[in-house]
Design a protein. Structure first.
Length: 100
């Protein structure tokens, strides 16, 4: 359970990420620490990253994928079966994913 002050701080950082505003390295480390431990925070961070990348997109499919939290916020993270090792691809996954 997140405290009110922590939740508000995370919410502010996520808002700035989504709007493409400046976020310090310390804030990114802070939010990633919570994203590694909490699936809800990880989903919100993914949505914020999607919103940042798709700000000028009018494509309804992109908006739907973002709202559902599907897809990757990193275009380089797609799995290529003939070139990538599946184990290495999953090694960057948050710790909660292994417990799910």
């Amino acid at each position: 359970m997140l405290s009110t002050s922590t939740r508000l701080r995370l919410k502010d950082i996520l808002r700035r990420i989504a709007l493409g505003e400046e976020v310090s390295l310390q804030e990114r480390v802070y939010i990633n620490k919570f994203a590694d431990q909490n699936q809800t925070v990880a989903t919100c961070l993914s949505r914020a990253n999607h919103l940042q990348q798709k700000q000028n997109t009018t494509n309804g499919i992109d908006h739907l994928l973002c709202d559902l939290g599907l897809g990757s916020s990193d275009p380089q993270s797609t799995y290529r079966p003939k070139r990538d090792d599946l184990g290495e691809w999953f090694s960057g996954a948050p710790s909660w994913l292994g417990r799910s």
